[in-house]
Design a protein around this ligand. Structure first.
Ligand code: RIB
Length: 300
């Protein structure tokens, strides 16, 4: 896993304040470990995988929250480096009354993760069965990691969240990815169309397997140019908040692929994990464990 680590400052509020306005949001601030890289690493570990995380944090007080989370989740954090200058990444998260979220990320040290750092972690990347990447660290670092993984026979799974700008580096990373996982906004940004149409536009530009998560509508998998897309309905669950649901999906999918599940079964387990994460507040703390994922996935 190569990706971001953030400290999430989570507040429940009906809306952000307008310019010049001060708004009081009553229920307190939760300070939680997060970031798409750490969330997905934790999700994969809770789903049963042994996980190393390559990432970058600051040398400040917030870094302690993330070091603690790495240890608590049983993640191998030897390749998480402390930047001497940039601060730890922070995400300001507003959770609305229906559990929907809006996130403002200050990348800090995540923005200094480089291709050279990926090279320093080459041993871990090459030893992994699956390399999972997101979009919160510089594309050059993800690209170098994918090249190292590809050369070693590691399966590359890319969750371009948030979606990068279209361009040559994006195309090069797509071409190295065996799987691409996107939500509706991301498939529109990279595939130029929504849902299945966007996934079909992307499939020939990557290793061929494109999964689109559709929120309450479920998910679809385009696995071959000739076959119809495979679709699944979402598990109906009570929603506490949707923070980290996509990360639960990606981490559980990577864990299932590392355990040699077939593609459709892997997506079913990922869907179960995403649904379960919605039932609890927060990002990393909401990630489900293997037994509950299997129980829900087995229900169909
Ligand atoms: O996907 C949720 C994550 O996005 C949060 O944990 C936050 O840190 C942002 O990176």
């Amino acid at each position: 896993m190569v990706g971001s680590l953030n400290v999430d400052l989570v507040v429940s509020a009906g809306r952000w304040p307008d310019p010049g306005e001060t708004l009081s949001a009553g229920s307190g601030v939760a300070i939680l470990p997060g970031g798409k890289g750490l969330n997905q690493a934790g999700a994969a570990a809770r789903a049963g995988a042994a996980v190393s995380l390559v990432g970058r944090i600051g040398s400040d007080a917030l870094a302690g929250v993330l070091r603690g989370a790495l240890a608590d989740e049983g993640l191998d954090g030897r390749w998480v480096e402390a930047d001497p200058e940039a601060g730890t990444g922070v995400a300001l998260i507003r959770v609305g009354p229906k559990g929907e979220n809006a996130i403002l990320v200050v990348p800090g040290a995540n923005g200094a993760l480089s291709g050279a750092q990926a090279e320093r972690a080459a041993e871990a990347i090459a030893a992994a069965r699956v390399l999972l990447l997101q979009g919160e660290v510089p594309l050059a670092a993800s690209l170098r990691a994918a090249q190292i993984g590809r050369a070693a026979g590691t399966a590359v799974v890319w969750n371009p969240a948030p979606a990068p700008s279209p361009g040559p580096e994006t195309e090069r990373l797509l071409a190295l990815a065996d799987w691409v996982l996107l939500n509706e906004a991301e498939v529109a940004a990279l595939g130029g169309a929504s849902g299945e149409e966007g996934a079909r536009a992307l499939a020939p530009r990557c290793g061929g397997r494109v999964v689109v998560t559709l929120g309450a509508e479920g998910a679809l998998l385009v696995g071959s140019p000739d076959a119809p897309a495979r679709r699944w309905r979402a598990h109906p669950v009570p929603v506490a908040d949707t923070v980290g649901a996509g990360d639960a999906f990606a981490g559980a999918l990577a864990a299932a692929l590392a355990a040699d599940r077939d593609p459709e079964r892997a997506v079913r387990e990922a869907m179960a994990a995403g649904a379960l994460a919605c039932t609890r507040p927060g990002g990393l703390p909401s990630m489900p464990r293997r037994e509950e994922i299997l129980r829900l996935a087995d229900r169909g």
